[in-house]
Design a protein around this ligand. Structure first.
Ligand code: NAP
Ligand code: ZN
Ligand code: ZN
Length: 347
């Protein structure tokens, strides 16, 4: 066992605080990664504050992890000491079910093992995340990271990146399609970058007028202020795809109304209350709602390779770990441009 420094939530109410715990020794298939950067996802806040009613404490959050390999088990084939490596939202799965066999382990029939706030496959050990100095993970769930990209900007690709890349690919987003991205936060800004790079005509749909300039800088072609009723009415039935990244409670109908014939709303945002919707808004234009959870190991590596080829990284504000509680407050106020990433040297 290796004693590991971290920041943890001890309960749903108190701020995160310094914490120490033991990581397992490297098993034959494991890779040990010294963590250099860890992104801050809104899912960290939902779970730290027990907004999904399933929190296990003490909890070390963090599932946008990049670092360098410091040890490998005897059977490890993909990595060697010194390699850059990434770990995302999932650290294990049953590996034998039909979905694991298709490398879509996030939909494991037995349930995937989350990077934190989850029990390992032994059903006893609690998995702990990336607000920590190092992590030990089976190599199947560890990814290669290009040396040529900015490492702090790569960290958010491990969750915000794959969570937006996967549904946009599944929906077949390509040139000429009209895509609306709802919410310009960590996921939303990656959604804009990917949809633009796939050739779509992209509109940012936002509650924050102050984000219009940034949306344009990120490549969005248009901006729609969702609090302006006239703008929303004028955009009625005009999109092929809407990527919904909203973290707060809201009604789906407002965004469904924007979908054209056969339009799809891709839901990735996970507010604490289950959103209301209207069957009338769904039957009009034969619209549909599709959910999507991160991405499997194969697609995550594909997304990372795509980002290296196209030079895509997240826009980040790097913070010391001591500012994590302040960063959470700013995210809740929609004041993040566009992902906080913790410099783990500050731990
Ligand atoms: P974030 O950085 O905090 O961004 C969320 C954005 O939602 C905000 O910046 C804001 O954008 C918009 N928003 C907030 N409150 C709103 C409201 N009341 N009405 C309309 N828009 C509102 O969060 P994130 O890290 O991108 O995560 C977004 C959500 O995705 C979270 O619920 C998270 O748990 C979930 N998630 C899901 C998966 C998955 O696998 N499906 C993976 C990761 C995260 P504007 O200022 O532009 O309006
Ligand atoms: Zn996440
Ligand atoms: Zn499985």
């Amino acid at each position: 066992m290796s004693n590991t420094k971290a920041y943890a939530a001890l309960n749903a109410k108190d701020p995160l605080a310094p914490f120490q715990f033991d990581r397992r020794d490297v098993r034959p298939g494991d890779v040990q990664v010294e963590i250099l950067y860890c992104g801050v996802c809104h899912s960290d806040i939902h779970q730290v504050r027990d907004e999904w009613d399933e929190s296990i404490y003490p909890m070390v959050p963090g599932h946008e992890i990049v670092g360098r390999v410091s040890k490998v088990g005897n059977n490890v084939k993909k990595f060697k000491v010194g390699d850059l490596a990434g770990v995302g939202v999932m650290v294990d799965s049953c590996r034998t079910c039909k979905n694991c066999k298709k490398e879509m382990e996030q939909y494991c029939v037995d349930g995937m093992t989350g990077t934190y706030n989850a029990y390992e496959r032994d059903g006893v050990t609690v998995a702990q995340g990336g607000y920590s100095s190092m992590i030990v993970t089976d190599e199947r769930y560890v990814y290669h990271i290009s040396e040529k990209l900015d490492l702090a900007g790569v960290a958010p690709l491990l969750c915000a990146g794959i969570t937006t890349y996967s549904p946009l690919r599944y929906a077949g987003v390509t040139s000429g399609m009209k895509v609306g991205v709802v919410g310009l936060g960590g996921l939303g800004h990656m959604g804009v970058k990917f949809a633009v790079s796939f050739g779509a005509e992209v509109t940012l749909i936002s509650t924050s007028p102050s984000k219009q300039k940034d949306a344009e800088r990120l490549g969005a072609h248009k901006f729609l202020l969702s609090t302006d009723e006239k703008q929303m009415k004028d955009a009625d039935s005009s999109f092929d795809v809407i990527l919904n990244t909203i973290s707060a409670n809201h009604n789906y109908k407002k965004y469904l109304d924007l979908l054209d014939l056969n339009g799809k709303m891709l839901v990735v945002g996970l507010p604490s209350e289950h959103p209301k919707t209207s069957p009338f808004a769904l039957i009009k234009n034969r619209r549909s709602i599709t959910g999507s959870m991160i991405g499997g190991t194969k697609e995550t590596q594909e997304m990372l390779d795509y980002c290296a080829e196209k030079n895509i990284v997240a826009d980040v504000e790097v913070i010391p770990i001591q500012q994590i509680n302040e960063a959470y407050e700013r995210m809740i106020k929609n004041d993040v441009r566009y992902r906080f990433v913790i410099d783990m040297k500050t731990l």
